[in-house]
Design a protein around this ligand. Structure first.
Ligand code: DX5
Ligand code: ZN
Length: 217
């Protein structure tokens, strides 16, 4: 079962509620929320208040991607706002194990995100505590960038590591996912696909989500 998670970064923020309901009706599985602080990444986006508002208009799980420094300071706020899945960046956490445990203790499902230049081995010793690992296939900060091709190799390496440890952990890919890139990504062993511009930039969300799903074998 492949998970399609539209990233609301590419939604129309002047009618965010309607756009979210539209992707839910179009068959989305999760709603991906990109939180950026202007420090870890050069952009500033959404915080707990908008997340809470998003939670009020959808029944889908909220997948909150924290591209922020010192995420520990905000995890409780995002859980309270309705986050079901929370990913933090390994590069932003001095005590990754502690941060992951905090997410779990507060009642959300923890994931760790890895920038394109971060070795996948960065998660090797926290895998046992994770529900998912997010392989960034663009440098985080903006929607609409091109897929970095060697992300496929990184997914394969991660999958081998997960299999070696005999664990059930979802692999998520985020950045440049569209109808032309998704098949190869899916074949490498990815379970959850974040897509922003490919979905919200199309004029038929349902047809696009269907097309993405059909491209996954
Ligand atoms: C990038 C974000 C992504 C972004 C993906 O920093 O984490 O979720 O919205 O956008 P697309 O699908 O347009 O590459
Ligand atoms: Zn994201």
């Amino acid at each position: 079962m492949k998970i399609i998670a539209p990233s609301i970064l590419s939604a129309d923020f002047s009618r965010l509620g309607e756009d979210i309901q539209a992707v839910e009706n179009a068959g989305a599985d999760w709603i991906h929320i990109d939180v950026m602080d202007g420090h870890f990444v050069p952009n500033i986006t959404i915080g707990p208040m908008i997340t809470e508002a998003v939670n009020r208009v959808t029944n889908l799980p909220l997948d909150v991607h924290l591209m922020i420094e010192q995420p520990d300071r905000y995890i409780a706020d995002f859980v309270k706002a309705g986050a079901d899945y929370i990913s933090v960046h390994a590069e932003a956490c001095t005590h990754l194990n502690r941060t992951v445990s905090l997410i779990r203790d507060l009642g959300a499902r923890p994931g760790v995100a890895l920038n394109p230049a971060t070795p996948v081995s960065a998660v090797e010793w926290v895998l046992e505590s994770l529900d998912f690992v997010l392989i960034m296939s663009v440098n985080p900060g903006f929607g609409g960038q091109s897929f970095i091709q060697n992300s496929i190799d990184r997914v394969r390496l991660l999958k081998q590591m997960i299999d070696r440890q005999n664990r059930t952990i979802l692999i998520q890919v985020d950045g440049g996912v569209n109808a032309s890139t998704i098949r190869e990504i899916s074949d490498a062993g990815v379970d959850s696909f974040v897509a922003g511009s490919a979905i919200f930039g199309s004029d038929d969300y349902k047809a696009t989500i269907k097309e993405l799903r059909a491209a996954c074998r």
